[in-house]
Each structure stands twice: as C-alpha cells, then as structure tokens.
Ligand binder design. Structure first.
Ligand SMILES: Nc1ncnc2c1ncn2[C@@H]1O[C@H](COP(=O)(O)OP(=O)(O)O)[C@@H](O)[C@H]1O
Ligand SMILES: [Mg+2]
Length: 376
C-alpha cells in the first residue's frame, strides 16, 4: 500500500499541512526542530492509534488548539481508502475509515507502517515495557483482533488490582474472594490469548530477524528471541492455548497470597519480557553500540517483512533520522534491504547522510510548513 495524500491540522507545529505523495522514495529535508518527525509520527498515529514518541496524545495537539486532525488517502492495488483520526484535548480521540467511525484500536486494520528511528534503541535498552510494546504492535497487525484482547486485558487487570487493594483493608478471615475469582478467570482467558500470540509473533520474527541482521552487517550470527514469562517457564514455544491457560491458572494460584499482600497482580503478560540474544549473549548489556543498532534495525526490518505478507501488502516504510546514526556500510545495506518496498519516507537534516536511493519526490520542512522541493 502507499499513501497518496496526508493532511495535518493543528498537529504539533503543523497548523495546516497538505502533502501529496507518490510511491517510491520521498524525502523530507530540513534542520532540526522544524517538523519532519512530526509528519511521519502522524502516519504512525494513523497506523497504530498512538505515537512512537509519547503515549500522551495531548502532546500531539498544537499548543494553541484543542483538536487536531490527521487524515490520509491510501491506495492498495486498485482500491483507494481514507483513514483519519481526531485527537481531542478534552475528550476521547475518534477515528474513521472511509468516513465511517471505527475504534481507534482498530486503525491497524487499515494502515500499516513500520517506522525506523533512533528511538528503536529503546526497544533493546529500556524497560520491558518497550519490548512488550514492540511485540504487541507486531501481533496487533498480524492478528487484528488482538488489539481488542490487549485493551480488554488492561481493563480487567485494572479492575482486579483495585479489588486486590480494597481487599487489603479487610481482615483475612472476612475476605470474600468470590469476585476475585471472576476477574482471575478473565485474566487467564485474555492473558492466554496474548501469551499465545506473542509466542507465535516471536517465532514468526526469528527467521526474518536472522536474515535482516545478516543483510545489515554482512555476516551470519546466531540470534535468538525468547519470551520471558513466569507463566511460560518450562513451557515449550509451541505450547497449546490449553496448556498455557493451565500454567497461567497454576501461577495465579501460587501468586495469590503475594498479590493480596501487595494489592497488585504479579503474574501475566503485563509483567513479561522478551530476551534478545546475539552470539549467545544478551544484547542488552553485552552488545556494542554498533551491534545494538544493527539488532534494532533487524527487528524493524523483520517486522516490515512480516507485515508485507498481510492482505494490505507492503507497509509504509519510514526512516526517521536513522542514516545519520549509521556508518556508510550499514546505510547502504539498510537502503538495499528496503529498496523493494512500495513506499519509503525518509527524513534527514542534510542530504549528505542519505545513501543512494531512487528519490521520487523531495520536500523541505521549515517551522511546520512543508514545501515541495526541486530534485537535485
Ligand atoms: N504540541 C505542539 N504544539 C506546537 N509545537 C510543537 C508541539 N509539539 C512539538 N512541537 C514543536 O515541533 C518541533 C519539533 O518537530 P520535529 O518534527 O520533532 O522536528 P524535526 O524536524 O527535527 O524532526 C519543535 O520545535 C517543537 O517545539
Ligand atoms: Mg526528527
């Protein structure tokens, strides 16, 4: 698929931008702080319902406005489509597809994008939250109903935690745990779906990550991706849903006293992590800066490869300020690995950082104003 038009109204520093695109490579050039990332971030918001930079959607709305609108026109094969989202400072965000209201969490059904950015290093280096976010984005695209499962799980988890907190003030002997049992059951059934999908997503990523890493660095390296989960301890990667649910139930029972003491749920997919290994060592804490970068790029490349087999075809590939971070060798390899994708959007402060690409259109971005530039 590719975007043919993107409109931003009151989106960050873009008061009103209207950009027409063609397939192939489109370049956005401008000094730092002008609004290049804001353009591609808006596409991420349409693809995932949230920014890759912040979870606070208020930050996306122009500081002088209360509502922001991002709208895109898309083409896939011979079909055209529109998706838009309005972000509200006071109230909930609303999304539409072809003019009809849809849930924000269902946006991944309509627009697929993969964004490469310096923030990708956080997937490897930061808290488990980043890695869960990464794999949950992947499974929400591969299996769209997982978006609903994940948000239901988060809601049920909040309810269970608040019940646990209120039970803390009740003397042990007088605690009625029957309501808790209802939440436990929901946690296990929704959580099992998430664990099963994450496991399947991680398995599906493995080969593409190995290939992508080889393509970026130019040599073969052993790579593993493993889910780290208290529920899945000693459970084989191809375990059935039933087996996962059984293990989950057992783990919940074992953790009950602890959960009641602490007033929070200590087992489940919200506590899990993904272990990334390179050359039989964890990437986090062991790999060099260059290896870590290559690994992060490989994760994103693998994601793009997985998404392209979906019914929507190629995801929109976005390279936000990544070339400046890479040596010449990896710049070339990354560009070569992505050259067959239908649409690639590249942002850079200066053209010199960009490896040879077949650039179809170029825009300058200055103080939130996007202007078509001559190709040189
Ligand atoms: N909510 C907002 N309202 C107005 N301006 C914003 C908002 N959020 C960010 N900005 C401005 O956007 C600019 C950063 O844009 P960005 O796209 O990240 O720059 P770059 O061109 O370096 O990628 C900064 O000048 C920042 O002040
Ligand atoms: Mg930027």
């Amino acid at each position: 698929m590719h975007i043919t038009r993107l409109r931003l109204a009151e989106y960050r520093n873009h008061v009103s931008s209207d950009i027409h695109f063609s397939p192939g490579v489109t370049l956005f050039i401008g000094p730092n702080g002008q609004g290049k990332t804001n353009v591609v971030e808006a596409i991420h918001v349409l693809a995932f319902g949230s920014s890759h930079r912040t979870h606070q959607s208020a930050a996306l709305i122009n500081q002088h406005a209360t509502t922001s609108v991002v709208a895109a026109e898309l083409t896939h094969q011979d079909r055209t489509m529109t998706v838009d989202i309005s972000l509200e400072r006071n109230g909930s965000n609303r999304a539409r597809a072809n003019g009809h209201p849809i849930r924000v969490r269902d946006l991944p059904r309509y627009l697929h994008a993969v964004i490469f950015s310096p923030e990708d290093l956080r997937i490897i280096r930061d808290d488990p939250d980043e890695r869960r976010g990464f794999i949950d984005d992947v499974i929400s695209v591969l299996w769209p109903r997982l978006s609903a499962v994940i948000s239901d799980y988060e809601r049920v988890l909040k309810q269970r935690n608040s019940l646990l907190k209120s039970l803390r003030s009740v003397p042990r002997a007088q605690r009625d745990l029957s309501t808790l049992a209802i939440w436990d059951e929901k946690i296990v059934s929704l959580g099992t779906e998430i664990l099963f999908a994450r496991q399947a997503g991680i398995s599906a990523l493995h080969e593409p990550v190995v290939t992508a890493y080889r393509n970026i660095v130019g040599s073969e390296h052993p790579i593993t991706l493993t889910m780290r989960s208290r529920v899945m301890e000693n459970v084989h990667a191809d375990a059935s849903r039933d087996l996962i649910a059984d293990k989950f139930t057992v783990a919940m029972i074992a953790a009950l006293e602890d959960d009641l003491d602490r007033g929070m749920t200590s087992v489940g997919p919200h506590r899990d992590d993904v272990d990334f290994e390179l050359n039989s060592l964890p990437v986090k804490g062991y790999a060099s800066q260059g290896e870590t970068w290559s690994y992060a790029l490989a994760l994103k490349l693998a994601t793009a490869e997985l998404f392209r087999h979906d019914a929507l075809g190629d995801p929109i590939v976005i390279l936000d300020d990544v070339f400046a971070e890479l040596d010449v060798h990896r710049r070339h390899n990354l560009a070569a690995s992505l050259s067959s994708f239908e649409q690639i959007l590249v942002t850079a402060a200066v053209k010199d950082d960009i490896p040879p690409l077949d650039i179809r259109a170029s825009f300058t971005v200055s103080r939130g104003i996007v202007e078509k530039a001559e190709l040189t």
